[in-house]
Write a protein that binds this ligand. Sequence first.
Ligand SMILES: [Zn+2]
Ligand SMILES: [Zn+2]
Ligand SMILES: [Zn+2]
Length: 352
Amino acid sequence: MKVFHCDHCDGLVFFENIACVRCNNRLAYLPDLEVVGSLDPLDGGVWKSPLPRADGRTYRLCANDTDHNVCNWAVPADDPNPLCESCRFTRVIPDLTRPAYPPAWYKLEAAKRRLLYTLKAIDRWPATKDADPDGGLAFEFLADPADPTAPRVLTGHASGVITVNLAEADDPERERRRVQLGEPYRTLLGHFRHESGHHYWDRLVRDEPEKLAAFRGLFGDERADYGEALKRHHAAGPPADWPERFVSAYAAAHPWEDWAETWAHYLHMIDTLETAAACGLSLRPRRADEPALKAVPDPEVGSFDRLLAGWYPLTYALNNLNRGLGLPDGYPFVLPAPAVDKLRFVHAVVRG
Ligand SMILES: [Zn+2]
Ligand SMILES: [Zn+2]
Ligand SMILES: [Zn+2]
């Protein structure tokens, strides 16, 4: 994520902000300019950005912002769609008459916007289902039915539709599931990144014979029975040697899950490296044998090996800082060599 400044007062602002805490000006993310900017009202719900780059452009606020306070992205004023570029991907929203659901919906949309931001950063912005019914992407945010005997909503992906169970936005419930499943890392953003991986496997690997062959060489044969593999994983757990081969225990369940976990990890890396680079972070230890980082590599242009060389010292610092605060590791992963090779493959597919 980039670092943003209010273009009205120059104060520091963040990706999710809707108003500047310093000058109180209205803020919105302007997807066409890829910045959070201040907005000045014109007539009829139309806004103008004072940025020179926005000269001649006018905006509306996304209808999910004005009607539901779950968005902070602007829409070009002449766009007939009342929803922003992010919200138009969501085709099912929860029942907003239930008091707990609007705040949960906000969290899902906020995580989704971060996913989309990084997909844009790697030049892989998806199509909507409206624009491309077969190859497009859509999201459905569903709550479990009230009837406890009815089937639960499964977070997952099928044919370009990412379903997220609203309960994942409930922190105690997600934490309960994380502990129950023995996962060191479970976040909403992680879910979005993981499920998007399944979509991009269909888009970038499935129909490309050469890439598919390389995929099978690294991840295994995805034609192995998926349902059986998941059943086995949930019943018996991952193989004992999974840390030597996979980025996470769940990645060991099936080659598709390995890809999705690796893809999500790649997006974690890209976004965190971008943030660190934007903050001007560097590490200059007093002893030569400690991790050093002169400058964080720019994830938009770096080779995979350069990204990785910047990544290790960054995660060392991140975890050490968290431990200083008594928090669990921000980066609870160890990358074995085969997982690094898989990440390199994801990088090649993304940039290919
Ligand atoms: Zn300001
Ligand atoms: Zn929106
Ligand atoms: Zn999955």
